[in-house]
Every structure is written in C-alpha cells, then in structure tokens.
Design a protein around this ligand. Sequence first.
Ligand SMILES: N[C@@H](CCC(=O)N[C@@H](CS)C(=O)NCC(=O)O)C(=O)O
Length: 219
Amino acid sequence: MSEFAVHSIPGSPFGRSVLAMLEEKKKPYRLAPVAPGTLKTPEHLALHPFGRVPVLVHNGFRLYETQAILRYLDRVLPQPALTPTDMKRAARMDQAMNVNDWYLFHGVGNVIIFHRVIGPQVLGLTPDEEAIKAAMPKAHAVFDELANLLGEQPYFAGDQLSLADLLLAPAVDFFTMIPEWTVLGAPHANLVAWMQRMQERPSLKATTWERVTDLAKAA
Ligand SMILES: N[C@@H](CCC(=O)N[C@@H](CS)C(=O)NCC(=O)O)C(=O)O
C-alpha cells in the first residue's frame, strides 16, 4: 500500500494541488475519496476539524491545509525541488500562494466557480448571476495582479516550476471553463500561456476532475 493517502473530493482544486504535487514527485499515492455530504460528519471532522479537504496522511502523520501539505511534501520528497533556493524567488512563490488562498479563493473562486460550475454541475443549482456580478471587480483585481506577478517568467517563481504554480493552476483552470475567462484571464497573454503550459504537464493531466472521479470510483 502507498505511504501517502490523500483524502479529497474529485474536482477540489486544493485537493488537485496535492495530487499534482505527488505526481510531480513521481510518488505513488492512494486517493481516499470523500463524499461531499460527509464533510461535517464526526468521521471526517476527526481528520479535518474544519470539515474540508484535502487531508494528507503519511505513515500515520495527518496533515491538513494545502500550503502546509505542499511544503511538507517538498521536504520529505526533496527531488525535484519545488521551492526556489533564491530568497527573493521563494518570497514571490509564498506571495503568489497567499494570493491564491486569500484573494483568488475567498470572494472570487468560492463565489464565481461555485455559482458557475459546482452549484449547477454538482448540486443542480441555478447560477446566482447577481452574486457572480458582485464578485467580478475583485476577480478583475486578482487576475490583473496574477498577470503582473507572473510577468514574462514561465512560472510564478521564475524559470522553474514551484509550489505556487501547483497551488494556482487547479484554481485558475476552473476559470478557463467559464465565460468570465474572456474578460478575466484571456486578455493576459502571459497568464494564458502559463495556464496552457500547466495544463500540458502530466501532473495536471493525471489529476483532472474526470481522472480523479475515475480514481475515486476505483478506490
Ligand atoms: N485552507 C484550506 C481550504 C480547503 C478548502 O476550502 N477546500 C474546499 C474544497 S476545494 C472544501 O473542503 N470545501 C468544503 C466546504 O467549504 O464546506 C486548504 O488550503 O486546504
């Protein structure tokens, strides 16, 4: 049995970051699928006290919070290194990761992607157009800043892939599926090129919603 178990829900962008990280490290893992309706059950709360995913379990060591998981994996699986040694590049990596968690997810992804994709496709809900519209100014600010941080570099921390790319790509990938991408991301040629570069990576191909759904069915 694999020493790494990832408890996640197919489609979760945070969960996908962890799976893509293990793919990049070429380390076998076991997906422990979590049913969306069970996040607040005592069984799941024993794994994650805030009732979310992902959770990593490594030889009995249980860890939640995606950034903590990515950093842990980069330490216990040092090759290929996904944290720059240059201090300024590492700081840019950390900054982009926090932009993901604080500004892209909260008030942007958890509104726009929820109402455009998750609600309709998973819960059978009608998109709340007013909520989406209200989130658009913040979404513009976030995507403009992501494009600014990326600049002309191939990856967020410079020439090499880093944890920031693995955290951001699953989240941004959702936006490429919705009409709002034409005004949020598509005008930024550098962001579009980065997203394509990321989508072409085997780690991202192996962890699409469809692929993780298949893994969950086989688990
Ligand atoms: N800060 C957490 C966020 C995790 C998170 O929000 N996960 C979503 C799925 S992508 C979730 O579990 N949502 C369930 C809920 O909001 O109840 C992390 O980095 O792991």
